[in-house]
Ligand binder design. Structure first.
Ligand code: HEM
Ligand SMILES: *[C@@H]1O[C@H](CO)[C@@H](O)[C@H](O)[C@H]1NC(C)=O
Ligand SMILES: *[C@@H]1O[C@H](CO)[C@@H](O)[C@H](O)[C@H]1NC(C)=O
Ligand SMILES: *[C@@H]1O[C@H](CO)[C@@H](O)[C@H](O)[C@H]1NC(C)=O
Length: 317
């Protein structure tokens, strides 16, 4: 009897854990009904002013979710006594959009103080950015809370590098319980935004699976010697870099992926077929991308009484 009672307590605790880990699209509909509209109008304005900002906001959500889960850890500034993630190799001199996020947070705090997490703002801003650039929409699940910690070492180990091969990319996504389909669909985010020369130099100069005319075009603004023009920018999607479309995949089929990691998705391996499908059927890409974004947004959220709702996204309360 005691054993049965403690068993049922255990079952209840497990159920509670499952329920509290569940996010919901209507999480703020009573506590902050204006949250979503406030975020959307701020994102739309920022993207209208600078289209690349849509890409930068989408990437922030990715770099948040792959490191300790979607908990806004990426937004925490370094201080004299706190080391955040912003100096990690994949982030330093590269991730951007913090002032837009701070501005959104200030507007949301003005309508509902202390209610909406920075982690949820990143998830909604990513969706609104994709929509502002002509991509698919989806219902963002909400209820994440913000971390009081960050991890420089996890940012260095868990964010995939552009030098990785398909097996390593697949493993990096599998570590986050994301499938090979998720990898190929989410990489379609590289239909928008820019990359620095240092991240594609080795690919255009030394890889053999590169279209010759494309390599020549990109070499013109990316000198071979490292240290020269490292920060020079080129569009990740050579065809339509400010439209969220499926041209990324047609580029790959033409051996015109900018990053080594991009071209790995169409290099005679297991993902070639999916690249062809997304190139020929934009509706399939849009659907799979939206579903994969929801799965990425579900990575290890803090919920219930875990973490906090930060008042300013760049520092813990
Ligand atoms: C599959 C593994 C991935 C690798 C190796 C990778 C790597 C990179 C690199 C090297 C850059 C250029 C950064 C710079 O030069 O400053 C970049 C940019 C970008 N990435 Fe990825 N990425 C990956 C997946 C993703 C995913 C899953 C998303 C979002 C769902 C994403 C969204 C973006 C966006 C939008 C940009 C452009 C950002 C801007 O212009 O500010 N990437 N990525
Ligand atoms: C975090 O760093 C950014 C960029 O340096 C700065 O603009 C912002 O004010 C900082 N936030 C806090 C709370 O200090
Ligand atoms: C990439 O994968 C190979 C095996 O497929 C492994 O030996 C290697 O250590 C991995 N490299 C990285 C950087 O993860
Ligand atoms: C290309 O490969 C050669 C030989 O490994 C290396 O010396 C050179 O630095 C590489 N160039 C680039 C741009 O990565």
């Amino acid at each position: 009897m005691a054993a049965a009672a403690s068993l049922s307590v255990m079952v209840l605790l497990c159920l509670a854990a499952v329920v509290s880990a569940q996010l919901s699209a209507t999480f703020y509909s009573r506590s902050c009904p204006r949250a979503l509209a406030t975020i959307k109008s701020a994102v739309t304005a920022a993207v209208a002013q600078e289209p690349r900002m849509g890409a930068s906001l989408l990437r922030l959500h990715f770099h948040d979710c792959f490191v300790q889960g979607c908990d806004a850890s990426v937004l925490l500034n370094d201080t004299a006594t706190f080391t955040g993630e912003q100096t990690a190799n994949p982030n330093v001199g590269s991730i951007r959009g913090f002032s837009v996020v701070d501005n959104i947070k200030a507007q949301v705090e003005a309508v509902c103080p202390g209610v909406v997490s920075c982690a949820d703002i990143l998830a909604v801003a990513a969706r609104d950015s994709v929509v502002a650039l002509g991509g698919p929409s989806w219902r963002v699940l909400l209820g994440r809370r913000d971390s009081t910690t960050a991890s420089l070492s996890l940012a260095n180990s868990d964010l995939p590098a552009p030098s990785l091969d398909l097996a390593n990319l697949t493993a990096a996504f599998a570590k986050k319980r994301l499938s090979r389909t998720d990898l190929v669909a989410l990489s379609g985010a590289h239909t928008i935004g820019l990359s620095q020369c240092k991240n594609f130099r080795a690919h255009i100069y030394n890889d053999t699976n590169v279209n010759a005319a494309f390599a020549t075009l990109r070499k013109a603004n990316c000198p071979a010697a490292s240290g020269n023009g490292d920060g020079n920018l080129a569009p990740l999607d050579t065809a339509t870099s400010v439209a969220f479309d499926n041209a990324y995949y047609t580029n790959l089929m033409a051996q015109s992926g900018l990053l080594h990691s991009d071209q790995q998705l169409f290099n005679g391996g297991a993902t070639d077929g999916l690249v062809r499908t997304y190139a020929s059927t934009p509706t399939r890409f849009n659907r799979d991308f939206a579903e994969a974004m929801i799965r990425m947004g579900n990575i290890s959220p803090l919920t219930g009484t875990q973490g906090q709702i930060r008042r300013a996204c760049s520092k813990v309360n």
